[in-house]
Design a protein around this ligand. Structure first.
Ligand SMILES: Nc1ncnc2c1ncn2[C@@H]1O[C@H](COP(=O)(O)OP(=O)(O)OP(=O)(O)O)[C@@H](O)[C@H]1O
Length: 288
């Protein structure tokens, strides 16, 4: 069973439209959600959390349909928002006392362990915590009720490189448990290079791809060559073509086809996830 199923999701906000969004988050793996600013990542995550009501389509979590009336499924989710969702004037301890009773599987000992490990001061007011401390606190709260699904909106934003690595290690440890699943959005494709099994890429409210990281990296290819190679048909084969006096470079979403088309007249380079995001955001076309 998939942990999350998103089917034909649509949502409009003024000039922003998310349309025909369908993909799944497989159970037992880490899925990274990437996309440029304003692509719709937070909107998508909030829809999964039942905080945004879609105009169209359906979301289910562990087979249960998500909607404003359905709250039970959240017991299984550890949610980390990119916004401050806590009461600023409370201390970390006071806020925890409000959150913990909502979760029957709340584990006070585990919570204390995370507070120690993250060096968080229980008696400090939330408003006096740094951005990174608030993020660590969110993580401690989310992990302490033994969720089987972690949904995180840019958890590494605002973290120093040392704790960022620690967090990624923590996620890698969490996922060792067979039934655990993680969906997290990020701008940092290096986070995905380190830990993601699957990558879901959205651009301007549309799904570009959702696949295993290995399959994605295997199918894309950067092609570089002289301008004489660029006729109308060839332009349609590549994403985000950049031209200079020396030649062009562009991204192909079909490695074999590109190699057949260009043969030994072009140079090829293995793209990183960041390259794929960059060229696709420039070119704007989904994978064939
Ligand atoms: N409550 C809202 N009311 C109006 N517009 C909204 C609302 N929430 C989001 N939007 C718009 O929807 C679009 C997608 O926003 P969203 O926050 O989902 O993108 P994102 O991919 O998470 O961006 P970022 O990487 O910058 O955090 C943006 O144009 C944003 O202005």
């Amino acid at each position: 069973m998939n942990a999350i199923e998103v089917e034909g999701l649509g949502k409009s906000y003024g000039s922003f439209t998310m349309s025909e969004m369908s993909f799944s988050v497989p159970r037992g793996y880490i899925t990274g959600l990437i996309g440029p600013n304003g692509a719709g990542k937070s909107t998508l995550i909030k829809t999964i959390m039942g905080m945004v009501v879609p105009d169209k389509g359906e979301v289910s979590v562990f087979g249960r349909s998500v909607g404003p009336q359905e709250g039970d499924y959240k017991q299984d989710i550890g949610y980390i928002s990119d916004e401050n969702i806590f009461y600023d004037y409370l201390t970390l301890e006071q806020m925890k006392r409000i959150v913990a009773p909502f979760y029957p599987r709340w584990d006070e000992e585990l919570y204390r362990r995370y507070m120690d490990q993250f060096e968080l001061p229980s008696r400090k007011k939330i408003k006096d915590c740094s951005k990174g401390m608030k993020m660590k606190y969110s993580i401690a709260l989310a992990m302490s009720h033994h969720p089987s699904l972690l949904i995180m909106d840019e958890p590494t934003a605002g973290l120093d490189p040392v704790f960022r690595r620690e967090l990624l290690d923590l996620l890698a440890e969490y996922i060792l448990e067979e039934e655990h699943t993680i969906l997290f959005s990020t701008h940092l494709t290096t986070d995905l290079d380190r830990v993601a099994d699957y990558v879901t890429f959205i651009n301007r409210g549309r799904l570009v791809f959702s696949d295993t990281k290995d399959d994605i990296l295997e199918s894309y290819l950067i092609v570089k060559g002289g301008k004489d190679l660029l006729d109308g048909d060839i332009r349609n084969e590549l994403l985000g073509i950049r031209e200079s006096d020396l030649g062009f470079e562009g991204l192909s979403s079909d490695r074999k086809r590109a190699q057949q088309l260009f043969g030994d007249k072009a140079l090829y380079e293995q793209p990183t996830l960041e390259d794929i995001m960059y060229f696709t955001a420039k070119g704007g076309k989904p994978r064939a």
